[in-house]
Design a protein around this ligand. Structure first.
Ligand SMILES: Nc1ncnc2c1ncn2[C@@H]1O[C@H](COP(=O)(O)OP(=O)(O)OP(=O)(O)O)[C@@H](O)[C@H]1O
Length: 626
């Protein structure tokens, strides 16, 4: 028998294939199963135009057969097979794709289903095989052929008496080496999981003998091993099914089957797009925050399929960070894959799909907010923070897309409200959207700074998440209404008369205020008479961009650069303590110092800021008591 040589280039190419094109050895099974599916598809497509071929779906299948004793793995299909010339052309020449030629020849309109295009997939078998034997008989041919190669030194072809049409590829699995274990490719369980992982949605049944423990008889407790042929793959992907035929429970079981989470999905979307780019997708909004969501282990991304064959387990480019909680799959026939089918050649299609998906998720969330408030609030409770990070990050580039998805707790409604709802309720004379920051709703509720705004009958949004104020600073305004903290220095809420009165009082007590400022030194930027306090004696406000809450957050950061708010101590001149200060100013300067220090520390306490010298404060308080 004459041995034919691979061309020199092919030899090098083959070496490259085995050593560098694929990142994982297990991919070979996906490739060979895809070839088998293509071979069956070819009969199917031929039958469409050739009356002499009848295509009875039940006769077509793929069979996986491991044999541990011989260390062989057989992939058998009942597909179109290959003639001698085709064997030479397709398996003897690397990068020659019979499938691509077939697609062109038949000029199939919907032949998109055929997976092969590069003419290299078959050779991936040499990653795990030291020899590959192919037995094949082409449709309408009486003769069969045997092709064999060790993947290094050419191949042989000889006639072979094959009973039925189709192809059997026998992988002679390599012996285990020091760091390489090939046994999983002979193991029933290992093979089953690889088929599920990569080839679950191949349209023809992938059959395999599976041995399971079963009771010996009907009333018998004794278990025995029973071997039965099983179809391993699901075949029809749920996303190709008609939405009308599917129920919530079908989507839920797919979520669980895919291990997208331990929870139930809160909501799902089934998308089918047939535009500039064609794709189908099932997307889930989980109910609960994944336990590792805010850790470095969390990887965002959607499962990406090309024609039902898994390409990537987590394609991160399909989701923006602010929707990183979304789980699901995308299947498209329009992807330009690279030769290993592991990465995408160029990301134009992925970008188009991602843009489309982002819009779909955003619209879905908006409609949840509108039509199923309870569900949306549940969602927001888990993932609202991520949306706020989305507003803040990338210098606010996505703020317009996200602002209508935000919710904040409202002082007047005592529940979560959207910015739109807030603005719609605003009285005519209210210019700003007011917010107050603090650790909890209870704490904010008691903040002295909220008194005046509430008295005016204005609603206040309570910010309890660290990111809230940063996100709002990025938004600046909503519907042309500027956001304003109730603690900001320039609330400007008093009427003209009160302003005049305040000016008068300021003038009258200017010595006291400047003495107090001197006592506190750099700790505050100013000491002022407050226009916002009604019953409380003191509070702190901030001038400029950095608020007191922001200072607190920044203080906790690892690269804390000691950024501080410009604090102003505000004192309520209608409170009795002010009269005490005025009196002390006339009679006892030491007392002014004592009271000022205590009042400043009180204001720090109210704000939840650390007291710089607790011992001095307790001593001061004792002095007041004795
Ligand atoms: N099981 C099979 N039955 C019939 N023909 C096959 C089979 N396996 C491979 N072939 C033929 O061999 C050709 C080369 O296969 P190969 O796996 O190298 O590339 P491909 O499937 O065309 O493309 P890709 O590299 O994208 O997978 C195929 O195009 C097909 O014509």
């Amino acid at each position: 028998m004459e041995k034919k040589q691979f061309q020199a280039e092919s030899k090098r190419l083959l070496e490259m294939m085995v050593h560098s094109i694929y990142s994982q050895k297990e991919i070979f099974l996906r490739e060979l199963i895809s070839k088998a599916s293509d071979a069956i598809d070819k009969i199917y497509y031929k039958a469409l135009t050739d009356d002499s071929i009848s295509f009875n779906k039940d006769d077509y299948y793929i069979r996986i057969q491991p044999n541990k004793d011989n260390r062989t793995l057989t992939i058998k299909d009942t597909g179109i097979g290959m003639t001698q010339e085709e064997l030479e052309e397709n398996l003897g020449t690397i990068a020659k794709s019979g499938s691509l030629a077939f697609k062109k020849e038949v000029e199939m309109q919907d032949g998109q289903e055929i997976i092969g295009q590069f003419g290299v997939g078959f050779y991936s078998s040499f990653m795990v095989a030291d020899k590959v034997t192919v037995y094949t008989r082409a449709l309408h041919n009486e003769e069969g052929y045997k092709w064999e190669s060790d993947g290094q030194d050419g191949y042989t072809i000889e006639p072979y008496n094959k009973e039925d049409v189709g192809t059997e590829i026998v992988i002679h699995v390599k012996e285990n080496a020091e760091e390489e274990n090939y046994d999983e490719f002979l193991d029933e369980f290992g093979l089953k999981s690889l088929i599920k992982k990569y080839s679950d949605f191949i349209r023809y049944p992938i059959k395999m003998d599976v041995t399971e423990k079963q009771p010996k008889g009907d009333d018998d407790d004794e278990l025995v091993d029973v071997t039965e042929e099983q179809t391993i793959n699901s075949m029809v992907p749920i996303w190709r099914k008609n939405k009308q035929e599917l129920q919530d429970k079908d989507y839920q079981s797919f979520y669980q089957e895919k291990h997208f989470g331990f929870d139930k999905p809160l909501s799902h979307l089934h998308v089918s797009v047939d535009g500039m780019v064609r794709f189908q997708s099932i997307l889930y909004i989980p109910e609960q925050l994944p336990f590792n969501y805010y850790s470095q282990d969390f990887e965002k991304g959607l499962e990406l399929y090309s024609n039902g064959v898994l390409i990537m387990e987590k394609c991160a480019d399909l989701l923006p960070d602010y929707f990183s909680f979304v789980r699901g799959i995308v299947d498209s026939e329009d992807l330009s894959l690279n030769i290993s089918r592991e990465i995408l050649q160029q990301d134009r299609q992925v970008k188009l799909i991602a843009k489309n998906i982002e819009k779909k998720i955003s619209n879905h969330l908006k409609s949840l907010l509108k039509n199923d408030r309870e569900k949306y609030e549940k969602f927001f409770d888990s993932f609202g923070r991520q949306l706020k990070y989305g507003v803040y990050s990338d210098f606010g580039a996505n703020k317009d897309k996200l602002q209508d998805l935000l919710l904040f707790y409202s002082s007047s409604e005592k529940k979560l409200v959207s910015l739109k709802e807030y603005v719609e309720r605003m009285p005519e004379d209210q210019e700003h959207i007011y917010y107050a920051t603090g650790e909890s709703h209870d704490r904010i509720e008691k903040l002295p700074q909220t008194e005046m705004v509430k008295d005016k009958g204005y609603e206040i949004l309570y910010f309890t998440d660290e990111v809230d104020e940063f996100a709002i600073k990025m938004l600046l305004n909503y519907d042309d209404k500027e956001f304003k903290s109730v603690s900001s220095g320039d609330l400007n809420l008093e009427d003209e008369e009160s302003k005049k009165e305040a000016e008068k009082q300021k003038e009258e007590h200017k010595d006291l205020l400047s003495d107090m400022k001197e006592i506190l030194g750099d700790k505050v930027k100013d000491v002022k008479l407050s226009t916002r306090l009604k019953s409380h004696p003191v509070c702190l406000s901030a001038e400029g961009d950095v608020s007191i809450e922001m200072e607190k957050v920044l203080r906790q950061m690892p690269d804390n650069q000691n950024i501080q708010a410009n604090k102003v101590l505000e004192i309520n001149n209608k409170h009795d303590i002010f009269q005490a200060l005025v009196k002390a100013q006339e009679t006892d300067k030491e007392k002014v110092k004592l009271y000022t220090n205590i009042l400043y520390n009180q204001a720090l306490l109210i704000e939840g800021l650390p007291i710089e010298d607790p011992v001095a404060l307790t001593n001061d308080m004792c002095k007041v008591m004795v």
